[in-house]
Design a protein around this ligand. Structure first.
Ligand SMILES: [Ca+2]
Ligand SMILES: [Ca+2]
Length: 146
């Protein structure tokens, strides 16, 4: 179970969020732009259909993000990827559909993952619960660079 969760977390970490951020922040300004993020999403295959306009809507009235904003953005993007019907919740069916697309997990595992993080027991994950699930990435040793 733990191993599966870490695997799922890795889908979105690939290596290390700080490294991703640093790579995007080519001029070392401590901020990345919406265009940088757009390029990241497309090149990583996470969200090929997302346009710069979609991102601008998500990011709000700013054209660049600091690291904290970047992490929030990434969680929000991941949530959007899983929330296939855009109702603001992730069901075990949606989790299964997305994870099976990338060759991870079967139906049983998805139900367990939802159960493990479904704090209010409504059978689906809202954004807060989803972020808890994603925070498993901290257990995989990412984030602290020497
Ligand atoms: Ca949904
Ligand atoms: Ca819930």
């Amino acid at each position: 179970m733990r191993r599966l969760l870490i695997l799922a977390g890795r889908v979105f970490t690939s290596a290390c969020f700080k490294r991703i951020f640093k790579n995007l922040d080519k001029n070392n300004s401590g901020r990345v732009t919406v265009h940088d993020l757009h390029h990241l999403l497309r090149s990583s295959g996470i969200c090929n259909t997302t346009t710069v306009e979609d991102l601008e809507e998500l990011v709000g009235p700013t054209t660049s993000l600091d690291y904290a904003g970047f992490l929030f953005f990434y969680d929000a993007m991941a949530f959007k990827v899983f929330d296939l019907n855009n109702d603001g919740f992730i069901s075990s069916d949606e989790l299964q559909t997305v994870l099976s697309r990338i060759g991870l997990l079967d139906e049983h595992d998805c139900k367990e993952m939802i159960l493990a993080y479904d704090r209010n027991r409504d059978g689906v994950l809202d954004f807060g619960e989803f972020k808890d699930m994603m925070s498993v990435r901290d257990l995989s040793g990412d984030g602290l660079e020497k």
